[in-house]
Design a protein. Structure first.
Length: 255
């Protein structure tokens, strides 16, 4: 027996009402991600999201009070997934260079869809302190705590030097975010032509080893300077005597 269109709509609504709450939230989030990616946050409408989710727009408001609440939920859910994958990488990777490279690549992944939400997040955090506090607590602080655990693990293995592991994690996050903020969010890449993905090896190398090329040599020079200061070792040049300075390949002329 054929059913009319009205019967089919009623059946659809009945089934929709029976969808578990968690599944409904997942459907809304999935639809919102698609709409935000296609139209951008500011152009997206709740009606568009509802249409993609196959529900009435009033149903969206039953779960999320506003488009901003939806965006915050999406950012948080992405971060939760990122943290889960980070834990898995830590468990399977003992080489810090490889691990931090994987973490950075994941952090810089899927930027085309993420950047509109990141701009929204930063704008909201600046104009709304409560939003900023909330977003810092979850997921940023959660990410920093995870990185703290990574640093502690490598410290126990004597791979990373002693120090505050939370601060070390914060520094690594700051290096990654700094490039993302300047080159992608602020469109600095149009001027510098820098590609964040190609900067990953440099970020990881500088984080793990620093930028000083001659720290060991500096200690040797300091010791030599001390011997001269206390009259040990070489004799100081006599007044009026010409001395020829020795030059190290990586240093300037000596005294």
């Amino acid at each position: 027996m054929m059913r009319d269109a009205g019967s089919e709509r009623r059946e659809h609504r009945r089934k929709a009402r029976n969808v578990p709450e968690e599944d409904r939230r997942r459907d809304i989030i999935r639809a919102a991600r698609k709409v935000f990616a296609e139209k951008g946050f500011h152009e997206a409408k709740i009606e568009d999201i509802a249409k993609h989710a196959g529900i009435a727009h009033g149903t969206v408001y039953r779960y999320y009070a506003s488009k901003y609440a939806l965006a915050a939920e999406i950012i948080g859910s992405r971060a939760a997934g990122y943290l889960e994958r980070l834990r898995g990488k830590v468990a399977e990777e003992s080489d810090p260079k490889k691990l931090f490279t994987k973490v950075a690549r994941k952090y810089y992944g899927n930027l085309e869809q993420r950047l509109p939400l990141m701009r929204f997040r930063i704008a909201q955090a600046v104009s709304n302190p409560d939003f900023g506090r909330s977003y810092y607590k979850s997921p940023i602080h959660r990410l920093l705590v995870e990185l703290d655990g990574v640093m502690r693990m490598y410290q126990k293995k004597k791979i990373i030097r002693a120090g505050d592991p939370f601060v070390y994690g914060h520094l690594f996050y700051g290096m990654c975010f700094g490039f993302l903020y300047c080159q992608e969010l602020m469109l600095g890449k149009e001027t510098t032509k820098l590609n964040v993905q190609k900067m990953i090896p440099t970020i990881v190398d500088v984080f793990l080893h620093g930028v000083s090329a001659a720290r060991k040599q500096e200690r040797v020079v300091t010791a030599e300077q001390g011997r001269r200061d206390f009259g040990l070792g070489r004799n100081p040049p006599r007044p009026g005597r010409q001395t020829r300075a020795k030059t190290h390949p990586r240093e300037g002329p000596g005294e």
